[in-house]
Design a binder for this molecule. Structure first.
Ligand SMILES: [Zn+2]
Length: 51
């Protein structure tokens, strides 16, 4: 399973674990955009491919 999330700023985060994706995207959102994203927010934005 591959999880990909493309931020509106163009940064792409790709990982094979939900926990990893949530951790990386929340860190990016809070440090770069000053946004506080919940796990549900991150997963709703993610593109999940079963490979
Ligand atoms: Zn961004």
């Amino acid at each position: 399973m591959t999880l990909t999330l493309k931020c509106f700023c163009g940064v792409v985060v790709q990982t094979d674990s939900e926990n990893d994706l949530v951790a990386q995207v929340s860190a990016h959102a809070s440090s770069v955009h000053d946004l506080d994203l919940s796990r549900a927010d991150v997963l709703a934005m993610a593109d999940i491919a079963e490979h």
